[in-house]
Ligand binder design. Structure first.
Ligand code: UDX
Length: 437
């Protein structure tokens, strides 16, 4: 099939490459000239395992191309919209500027029978508003809402083998026909037995924000338990292991630490609260306010812990920060807890040296006042305290004996609960972590 993908960020670039990989002819469109240039050469403009290989392969095959020109979508029959919906400045609500601009621009190129597929995370009600614009411009085109659940770091796998497909369709024959077109697009996934849920627009839009709200709640739940553990001398990791054995609860997403960040979870729960307010059901989501504040409190607590192990103040101290990305296997620093903690410590007078295997250049652009080092060893040289904030494999595998030779004081604050306290203490370190003693 001939497919266009509008928006070539973390979502769109991966989607375009994966659609080519399953045999479609794909054109990716983005307004960013540098991004299109890189993608056209088969280079990923961000770090995502497996994506560079896939891009090179598919661009070389001739099935995948990228352009800045929206007119290039002519000839494609299915148009995916995967542009960003960031948080508005100074408000909780989502900024729909990019979605609105993409749809306004693409509708001029639609032909009868075309299907526009929304993938961006949007406030409930957006799809029906956009559907009116689509059918006004081309009465024989149909809008479908097909939310995307990919995780950064696993984006290729999640796109090719998602847990489920969700179609939000309009009622009637036009909706049925559009659903059949999407079945054809996803034929290999459907043949694999991936569950498909067919719903109306509003349900499809809600599935995405409900899933992210649930995940955020799960993380903040265990982080609230961490606060209880800190007050009682209990161990949140053991607590998570024990409750996680209950299949109804499950151990996944129960890792206590400095909390969630990234381009999705924080802004999605805020946009969801804002939308609920507009709909007059803000009470239904008031718990998300608590989820958000538990999450933000963990960042402050992290700085408190660093201060505690340094004897009450970090002013003038040298702090090594392991990790800048919001999670491992990503170079994404949007709402990164690691950088939030690093800048708080910087503002409290510490000399903060940050390292990360992939995210340093993004971090340096956003926070030029911080210092950066290429390796954990360089960051930790003469450090008074080491703070682990993103659980990259190479930090989890650090040898406490060898690492102890580099620092000025053997003080480790583990913000992700991934190190073995006994091993670090046996090597002479003062080890502290969130939610355990
Ligand atoms: C998330 C959703 O998982 C995905 O389905 C959706 O499409 C987009 O948002 P992503 O932002 O890539 O994906 O990251 P995810 O792996 O969900 O992690 C989110 C944050 O939670 C990270 O900062 C991570 O460090 C944190 N986290 C995760 C915890 O603090 N504890 C956990 O147990 C799990």
């Amino acid at each position: 099939m001939h497919i266009s993908v509008i928006g070539c960020g973390y979502l769109g670039a991966v989607h375009a490459a994966c659609m080519a990989a399953i045999g479609h002819d794909v054109v990716g469109v983005d307004v960013d000239v540098a991004k299109v240039e890189a993608l056209s050469q088969g280079k990923a403009p961000f770090f995502e395992p497996g994506l560079p290989e896939l891009l090179q392969e598919q661009v070389a095959s001739g099935r995948l191309s990228f352009t800045n020109d929206m007119a290039a979508i002519k000839g494609a029959t299915v148009h995916f919209v995967g542009v960003g919906t960031p948080q508005k400045r100074g408000e909780y609500a989502a900024d729909l500027t990019y979605v609105d601009a993409a749809v306004a621009s693409l509708i001029h190129h639609l032909a009868p029978g075309d299907v526009v597929v929304g993938k961006s995370t949007v406030p409930v009600g957006t799809a029906s508003r956009l559907a009116a614009l689509v059918t006004e411009a081309q009465p024989e085109a149909t809008l479908v809402w097909n939310p995307e659940f990919l995780r950064e770091g696993h984006a290729v796998q999640d796109t090719l083998h998602p847990d489920r497909l969700v179609y939000g369709l309009p009622s009637g024959p036009a909706g049925q026909a559009a659903g059949a077109v999407l079945d054809e697009v996803y034929a290999p996934l459907i043949a694999e037995g991936i569950p498909k849920v067919v719903a109306d627009y509003a349900t499809a839009e809600l599935v995405k924000v409900a899933a992210n709200s649930f995940l955020a709640t799960k993380i903040s739940f265990i982080n609230a338990m961490a606060e209880l553990c800190e007050a009682t001398g209990a161990d949140v990791t053991l607590l998570a292991d024990a409750i996680g054995h209950d299949e109804r609860i499950g151990r996944k997403f129960l890792n206590a630490g400095v909390g969630f960040g990234g381009g999705c979870l924080p802004k999605d729960i805020r946009a969801f609260m804002a939308r609920a307010g507009e709909l007059g059901v803000d009470q239904a989501l008031s718990f998300l306010r608590e989820v958000d504040s538990i999450n933000m409190r963990r960042r402050v607590r992290m700085v408190d812990l660093a201060r505690e192990v340094c004897g009450g103040s970090i002013s003038g101290r040298r702090v090594a920060v392991l990790g800048a990305a919001f999670k491992p296997e990503s170079d994404d620093i949007r709402d990164s807890p690691a950088l939030n903690v690093a800048t708080q410590m910087h503002l409290q007078g510490a000399t903060v040296v940050v390292t990360d295997p992939e995210a340093i250049s993004n971090a340096r652009r956003a926070w030029p006042d911080l210092r950066f080092a290429d390796t954990p060893e360089a960051a930790a040289k003469d450090a008074d305290v080491v703070v682990l904030l993103t659980e990259w494999r190479q930090y989890r595998d650090l040898d406490p004996n060898a690492f102890g030779e580099i620092v000025a004081h053997k003080r480790m604050v583990d913000g992700r609960n991934v190190l073995d306290p006994e091993a670090w203490r046996a090597a002479g370190w003062t080890y502290r972590a969130l939610g355990r003693h």
